[in-house]
Design a protein around this ligand. Structure first.
Ligand code: C6P
Length: 406
């Protein structure tokens, strides 16, 4: 049994005094932080703070060990063949921009095809759309089925046109759909395309094995997985990363600089220009350890159970529409819905009156909103600290919103 009530006790922000108690259902936007992560930050800044890869004094050596040690930890967590293939970024957005700018500019030609999907977050859509436009490449998006899954027939049609790159999300941040990454990647590779996976909504919630998935690039954000804001990861296959030009230039990423020419450092430093967010990287390490302690398989099961309960109870309310796949298939703990006659922002505001924090809006997925025929949805997203009581509070709050607007 996954003891979410015990997990919740590890998160100071969720245990503040006052009524109504906080039910946090917006972890899809950014998760809360457990005491161990807060302590890791305090400990780092209290004992080891220094810039990295520059100093020889004791603090600098301690900061180097903490920073590079976390890189090893991330590589092991993702099952990356080497920590050289782990690049620290500010988050998913920066990681995908790095790939689209560096790989995209170097490899796309006029007439090439870039394949995206209609369920992408703008972070995985716009960078590829922009580089395609810049290089004169075509940009197409896989359509969705009525149940909010990728239309695999349309995907096959697009693959038959031999794209150079397929860029898509592992888990939809609006629908909770889990895409069949391994199969889609093998099919993309069979036609010669590389795959750039957005793991912002999957890495926090399920086990990830980059060698098993065989994706070429994978991007994730620390702040969605209990770590501080300001740190993310790009995993990339060594051969691709080595062939790519730098994304940003400046300190730390050079081998030699002269008036005539600059040569660049080896991986991963070639892609880490400037001072990184060392304390946040250390916090990411603490977050990964905490999540591994809970167990990713149990986390995924727990969130599926919460989503199933929420979907069941919301569907039972007259006038409520739930988007995305049902709970009879593997799906993530993201539940978007509409309440007839109540604007999503009003639903969110009325839920907030009851202490329930959800997100309302287009969720940075406007092409998807258009597909759904709406401008916004209300979204509850579950994580390790949510309990079945939280689902009840959500549903009670939705009924309250319905009564207010009756
Ligand atoms: N989605 C949400 O509420 P950053 O901002 O770089 O950490 O993550 C961007 C991002 C990329 N891909 C997906 C699938 C995402 O869900 C997100 C962030 C948040 O859904 C904030 S808009």
């Amino acid at each position: 049994m996954f003891d979410a009530a015990a997990v919740k006790r590890d998160f100071p922000i969720l245990n503040q005094p006052g009524e109504p108690s906080l039910v946090f259902l917006d972890s899809g936007a950014s998760s809360q932080k457990p005491q161990v992560v807060i302590d890791a930050l305090v400990n780092y800044y209290s004992t080891a703070n220094s810039n990295v890869h520059r100093g020889v004094y004791k603090l600098a050596v301690a900061a180097d060990a903490a920073f590079d040690g976390t890189r090893e930890q991330v590589a092991m967590w993702l099952n990356a063949p080497s920590s050289d293939e782990v690049i620290f970024t500010r988050g998913t957005t920066e990681a995908i921009n790095l790939v689209a700018s560096s790989w995209g500019r170097a490899n796309l030609q006029p007439g090439d095809l870039v394949v995206s999907t209609l369920m992408e977050h703008h972070s995985s859509f716009v960078p590829w759309q922009m580089v395609a436009e810049e290089k004169g490449a075509r940009f197409e998006a896989v359509r969705l089925t009525a149940s909010g899954e990728l239309d695999q027939d349309h995907y096959q049609e697009l693959l038959a046109q031999h794209p150079k790159v397929v860029a898509f999300t592992h888990v939809s941040n609006v629908l909770g759909t889990i895409n069949p990454v391994k199969e889609m990647t093998a099919q993309a590779h069979a036609v010669g395309a590389i795959v750039c996976l957005d793991a912002a909504q999957s890495a926090p919630h399920m086990a990830i094995d980059v060698q098993d998935l065989d994706v070429d690039f994978l991007a994730l954000s620390g702040h969605k997985m209990l770590a501080p804001m300001g740190v993310g990861v790009l995993y990339g296959k060594r051969a691709l990363l080595e062939a790519m030009p730098p994304y940003q230039s400046g300190g730390s990423m050079i081998r030699k600089v002269t008036l005539e020419k600059t040569t660049f450092a080896n991986l991963p430093h070639k892609f880490e220009a400037g001072t990184p967010s060392v304390g946040d990287v250390v916090g990411l390490g603490a977050a990964i350890s905490y999540l591994q302690g809970l167990g990713f398989a149990d986390i995924a099961r727990h969130e599926h159970d919460l989503a199933a309960a929420a979907i069941g109870q919301l569907n039972a309310l007259p006038g409520v529409t739930v988007y995305g796949p049902g709970a009879d298939v593997p799906r993530a703990g993201v539940v978007s819905f509409a309440v007839d006659g109540v604007h999503p922002h009003d639903v969110a505001a009325l839920l907030d009156e009851k202490g329930v924090a959800v997100r309302a809006g287009h969720h940075c997925a406007q092409p998807l909103m258009r597909e759904l025929g709406v401008t916004a949805t209300t979204r509850a997203s579950f994580y390790v600290y949510n309990t079945i009581d939280d689902v009840d509070r959500l549903v009670e709050g939705v009924r309250h919103a319905q009564r207010v607007f009756a």
